[in-house]
Design a protein around this ligand. Structure first.
Ligand SMILES: [Zn+2]
Length: 222
């Protein structure tokens, strides 16, 4: 068969139309699949980097375990950052209201003055900061995975020799409990926060996630 110009154009148009249809059809089917996938498969809860080569408690919903004397580790592999505190002593105060209509965005771990505060996970001391009307004596620790930061506040004092840039291990004593800053002297506690850090974010930035489930191995109450 001899094709003239018009025939060729018609045939190529047909091919283009078929190819276009196939492309659009594939795109629609693929996006439909992912929409279905994300609506059916639940998104994973925030995960905190494992601490060094120590694996997390398994299965994930198992209760926290004591890995060393008075160091209790939750399902995310985080140590409860106050020595001697058991998971059942923790209270979820993450969503509680605080001054100026702000949300607490942290957990308060009640303990006697002078109780050792330990690193929740391996990391580097990024900033030692004194916040006069807020956290008092504080520590900002960047996790080994720089996506996470741990914040410890209302401290009495730092562990001797603690310095910015220093690497710390999970369970290492870094400070002591008190009520510096705006905490009540009648209720000394560690104010502990976990911040998710976007690339390039500095120590005063980040987005808080609730430490309670990660330490207590229970669902958040709020
Ligand atoms: Zn607090």
């Amino acid at each position: 068969m001899q094709l003239n110009h018009a025939d060729i154009r018609r045939v190529s148009l047909k091919y283009v139309a078929t190819a276009l249809f196939a492309a659009v059809f594939t795109a629609v089917v693929v996006s439909a699949f992912w929409i279905w996938f994300y609506s059916v498969v639940p998104s994973a809860p925030p995960r905190v980097a494992r601490s060094g080569n120590v694996v997390a408690v398994q299965p994930k919903n198992a209760p926290p375990v004591e890995i060393a004397q008075q160091v209790v580790v939750g399902p995310a592999g985080l140590a409860i950052p106050v020595v001697g505190i058991k998971p059942e002593q923790l209270t979820d105060t993450f969503t509680q209201a605080r001054a100026n209509g702000r949300r607490h965005d942290a957990i308060d771990i009640m303990a006697a003055e002078g109780t050792p505060v330990i690193a929740a996970a391996d990391g580097t001391i990024e900033k030692l900061f004194f916040s006069h009307g807020g956290g008092g004596i504080t520590i900002y620790e960047r996790a080994t995975d720089p996506k996470w930061q741990y914040y410890y506040a209302h401290l009495q004092r730092y562990a001797p020799g603690l310095a910015e840039g220093q690497q710390v291990k999970r369970g290492q004593v870094i400070a002591f409990v008190d009520h510096t800053g705006d905490a009540s002297p009648s209720g000394p506690h560690l104010h502990f926060a976990i911040n998710e850090m976007a690339a390039g974010q500095r120590w005063w930035q980040g987005t808080p996630i609730n430490p309670y489930p990660l330490l207590a191995g229970k669902k958040a109450s709020g």
